[in-house]
Design a binder for this molecule. Sequence first.
Ligand code: RI2
Length: 309
Amino acid sequence: MILNGTAASIKSMEIRGAGRIARAAVEALADYARNLEVSDADAFKREMQKAAEILTETRPTAVSLPNAVRYVMRALDSFESVEAAREAVLARAAEFIDHSEHAVERIAEIGARHISDGDVLLTHCNSEAALGCILEAHRQEKEIEVYATEVRPRGQGLITIRALNDAGIRTNYIIDSAVRYFINDVDLVIVGADAIAVNGAVVNKIGTAQIAHAADEARTNVIVAAETYKFAPRTILGEKIAIEERDTGEVLPGTIAENLPFVRVRNPAFDVTPAEYVDLIVTEMGAFPPELAYLVIRDYLGWKIEDLR
Ligand code: RI2
């Protein structure tokens, strides 16, 4: 069974990126359901709930994870036998993965429309949704150039520049703190998201808020590429999106930190960019301003206020 292995890989970020985490969790749930041997349907549901919890507890911020798990687990709302429950879980898991893969393709198509020939782009971290838009614009033979950040402390920028290089896109690799220095050379910032609140605030890799602030000052547009399952339904009730603080050893080795008793190392993995710094959110259902986030939560995720009580 791959459940514990997948949970550990998501935690250690061997599997990372909000969309990939969601698909990996759903695959692990499906595998668990396929192999689960229990005597009755109630036990099946109980065991599945435990598995779902193990997966959702791995990383707290990317809301794609609980949204995806919830989508699959809704199969267990009503069922008559273990076999029927198993079938329903497997069907929903396959549906989610298919939807997710198509969503990323559709976002690339829609996002590429907002990239013009001759544009200089800036991206932060490694987002398959954001990168998809850039690669699609290049495939359409738009002449583009990209600035990609390093992304301390985990260095996801390296994954991004490899993909850009493989596609033959002219790329500048810069340290995170050089964004303000180069922002006047940039026409468009395009990033992904781990979660989007009902008020249109975007939670993404640490540093995104600073970039959006610099872009706002330079009158440079900011686009966020995100599947609809990255919208956080519970923010309707004012629930905050938890920001993950990762191991401090990612920032400063313990051997150095232990000799600095007055220094506390902090390592938040994400920050919040207010909606006012975001011009457009590109989803698989279309592109719209962040102020319309509630429509996605209501119309596409199907959450109404009464569901949240
Ligand atoms: P896609 C990543 O988080 C980055 O913050 C990225 O912008 C976001 O997920 C969305 O990525 P991490 O797992 O789903 O690197 O678009 O912490 O790939």
